[in-house]
Each structure stands twice: as structure tokens, then as C-alpha cells.
Write a new protein. Sequence first.
Length: 457
Amino acid sequence: MEPATVAPLAETVASLLPRARAELAELVAFPSVADPAQFPRSDCEAAANWVADALRAEGFQDVALLDTPDGTQSVYGYLPGPAGAPTVLLYAHYDVQPPLDESAWLSPPFELTERDGRWYGRGAADCKGGLIMHLTALRALKANGGVPVGVKVIVEGSEEQGTGGLEQYAEAHPELLAADTVVIGDTGNFRVGLPTVTATLRGMTLVRVQVDTLEGNLHSGQFGGAAPDALAALIRILDSLRAEDGSTTVEGLASDASWEGLQYPEEEFRKDAKVLGGVGLIGSGTVSDRIWSRPAVTVLGIDCPPVVGATPSVQAGARALVSLRVPPGTDAAGATKLLAAHLEAKAPWGARVAVEQIGQGQPFRADTTSPAYTAMSAAMRAAYPGEEMQTAGQGGSIPLCNTLAALYPDAEILLIGLSEPEARIHAVNESVSPQELERLSLTEALFLLKYAADARG
């Protein structure tokens, strides 16, 4: 792209960074975990209202808080573009993961804190920073001649919970999110400074498994050794989900696909994942195979007595929350059935097993040959001098992508964002790189200019 186009936008984006930091701090301050069992619903409602106010302040029309079927709110707004210009949908989500062990944070999780050149706080990268990226790009364009496309913004309120509220709402109101191109601001660069679009996402299924063996707990001295222990049964069931090398083994589910494209060197992965010395990685194949092309099971939690306060008892019941990441090419609904059947079949001693589905999302594969990808490649080349756009996969799930692809089969879908490995999303001490926020905001502004120009021919 021409320097005369890039330089003014780059200067504007740089000048907007202090405002971006201040607004991100305001947004991070809302503990907007979309689970009323952990945080009050009012925290999410306050965050949703902040987003709505921000869109109104930028001149968006039809700004609305959408009450989605899962009991949460998504925020919508529309900014008209020039006559005949294409429409681009920009996506982010304001709900966040819970902070986990707050004592392990080096600074309060809901207080944006600058440290070692990064901004720390829950949601800073995933995905409140994504919304700030969108706003900064639009402001830079408005200061340099105007936004060249029509823009719809949708900011989801329950993405992290996987409860499907926005997907269901979109299916019931298919005209609302219709666009020529969709930019999902919820992924990230392969690493800081390497511009990356995400071409594939694993899907996800989430189930709760309950194991029962007795009418009530029993004294382990009086009955232990003969009474079937529900917790021990659950442990055996969960252990059956992995092979000796740690590979996921759900009966009937293929787990041998290979990733063709950008590779993730094992030593780099170990560093990014902060694997302890002497501890091996699990699974087989390349790291890219394992995290982008194959299923992966994770036990997210177990309900059982805590160590502190435990009594000498044989447990009558125990339950676990199990996540299964599903690679592109595998139907998530079919994988859910296979997972449930596996859990039930592996129950020892005739233990009673009940499996309840909690959430589900299909995997996604983008068409990287589309015109929007050509425009994004040019934008990334200009915003990251000396670097070319890379195409990678991502092990995480964004269920909305498949909903949008089904509703708008002619729309192009691109995935970018701030969640590079150093961001440590979903973990303690999540952070965002302000340099990445600056460069990706510039990237998005340049993309919208290039995309509009290409559409005009």
C-alpha cells in the first residue's frame, strides 16, 4: 500500500493509543463473567451498557442490547457507509473467563496494570481488547477522510460460556448480521510481531458426567475395600480418555489428521506453554497436528471433597466437567455422542453414569482464497514492515463462525486478534501487547480502505 496512505493512519492510530488504554481500563474493570453462579449478572449488564454507549458516541445507529436466549445480552450497532460500499461486520465479546486463583495474579485481575511493556488484566486480550481494536481502527479512518464501508458491530455477552445465545439469536433474526465480510477480532498472531490470520478453529463440546455407586457416603474403615467408590470409578473413566502417550482416545473418533502449513516448533511451544523442565509434551505427530488438527480432551473440573476437611469416607457420587475440542472435518454433535457413549461404556463395577451436554460449537475452516484475504494480506504487509501475512490454525472455538457461514454463505470471514502466546488468555496474568494493539488497529483500518477500494474496482 502507498506510504501516503499508510503514514497518516499510522500516526493517528499512535495518537489514539492513550485513549485506547484508558477505555480498555474502564472495560476491564467490569468482572463480566457470564456465569451468575460466580459473578452477579449486573456486572455483565454494566459492561454491555458501556459498549452500547461507546458505539453511540461513535455515531452508530440502531444501537441495541439484544436479549439472547441464554439469558445474556449482546450489543449491536450499525454505521452506514458510502452509497454502494460493501458492509463489514466486526465481532468481539465483552464477557471474560473467571480470574481463577486471584492470589496468583501479580496485579488485580480487573484492574488494567502496565508492567514490563504489557497491559495486564482479565479480558485485556480476550476479547475486550478486540473491541478497542475495532474502535481505534474506525476512529483513525474517521480522522483521515471517513470510514469507507458500512460497518456493523456485534459484541457478544457469553462467548466464553459456550451457551450459544448469540448463535440462536442470529438464526432467529438472519437479516441483522448480514454482511459482505466478517472480521472476527478474537484470535491472534502466531507470535508478537508476526501478522497472522486464523484459517481454522476447532469446535467444542462440553459435558458434565455424574457417577453414582451408593445411596450415601460410607465409613472407609468399615466399608472400604468392598464398597464401590464413585470417585475412583470417575477417575478410571476419565483416565480412559487418554492413551499412554497422552493422546485423546474417544472410541470411534478419528485422531490422526495432519496440519499442512505453518508449523509450531516444539521448543517454542514448550516456552509458550511454560512446560516445566523434564516434563514431556503429550500426544503424537507435530505440535501443529496436535493443537489444530486433532481432537483434545480436557477435564475442566471435578466435584469431590477438597483435601482440607476431607473425612475418611467412601464416596457415593462424583462428577466432572469434560471438554472435547473437535477439529475441522468432524461434526461436533457426532463427537458429543461418541464422547457420551465412551464415558458410559468405560464405567467400572457397574457404576451408574449420566452424561449431560452443557455446550457445543462446530469447528470452522475459512476460505483463504477470497478477495478479503488479499486485502488483509496487503494491510498486514503495510502495518508490519518486512513481514508477510501467515496463515495458522487455532485450537480454540468460536461457535458463531459456523452460524455466520451458514446464514451468509457468500460472506468472507477473517479471524485476527490480540491473543498471541504471551497474552496467556484464560490463565492468570492475562495481558495484551500495546504494540500489537497499535499495529492490528492500523491493520484493520488499512484493510477496510483496501477492501473498499477493491470492491469499487
